[in-house]
Design a protein around this ligand. Sequence first.
Ligand code: NAP
Length: 286
Amino acid sequence: MAARLIDGKALALQVRERLATESAAVLAKLGMKPGLATILVGDDPASHLYVKSKQKACEAAGIYIDDHKLPASTTQAELLTLIEKENADPRIHGILVQLPLPKHIDSKVVLEAVSPDKDADGFHPYNFGRLVEGHPVFEACTPKGVIKMIESTGVSIEGKRAVVLGRSNIVGKPLALMLLQRNATVTICHSKTKDLPAVCREAELLLVAIGKAKFVTADMVRDGAVVIDVGTNKTPEGKLCGDVDFDPVSQKAGWISPVPGGVGPMTIAMLLDNTVESAKRRAGLL
Ligand code: NAP
């Protein structure tokens, strides 16, 4: 393999160690740990697994968890009442509403009910708007994790040609804005982009979030590029794989992140990071 590996798991561990120290400083100043409310509605096994691993990581980083597991029959009004309660609770500095929500609940209404001051996922339109403006407060966890992964390589973002594949509100768009804020020259691609391979080949930083297994092949990658793979897909054999065809692309790229063990652990680490940052703001430690 020519490319060097961007080990998201190891980076996430470093972040958690730093956060444990910062949580202790918050406890000393506020008399309470940073607090995260986790809200899960329904029985989706994958969501239960995600929330469990987020909670485990929180405990390791000295974050207090207020855990809510609600039945699938929970009404939107009941969920909004719980969010109001967490918005007002001084022990809570971040609120996570695990997606997807059951169909009878409007996710947009729910996510907008979370106080922008406790929006640890960075999905509230206020925080999205702050990012557009270039003055972010809470940044969405997955793109924030991708930025940290690029920074970990030592490759400077400033002045680079960055190509983002995917324009979702939770990954592609905020990631493009974060790169722009760091002075990259950014192109956003989507399903209607013409001659996508040619656009990708221009990228010194290629960030992929489309949800199509092994979509990015070696002929789409510039020699020495930093390639970060956000995708999480299942192979026909049921194994987890990314949007990038890892083995051939790693012969071409300069740096590459794996799936699993890449963006996933960093997304969780950034949820913790946002929660601790929020508590530090409250404690006057920022
Ligand atoms: P999404 O909302 O489905 O958006 C996918 C984007 O990819 C859309 O903008 C779509 O374009 C574009 N796209 C689809 N097919 C394409 C093609 N053939 N060529 C060019 N662009 C194409 O997905 P998402 O929520 O951003 O997630 C993307 C992937 O990242 C998924 O695999 C998801 O599971 C994964 N993910 C991982 C994490 C993590 O923590 N590891 C977090 C979030 C998401 P249009 O807009 O034109 O439809």
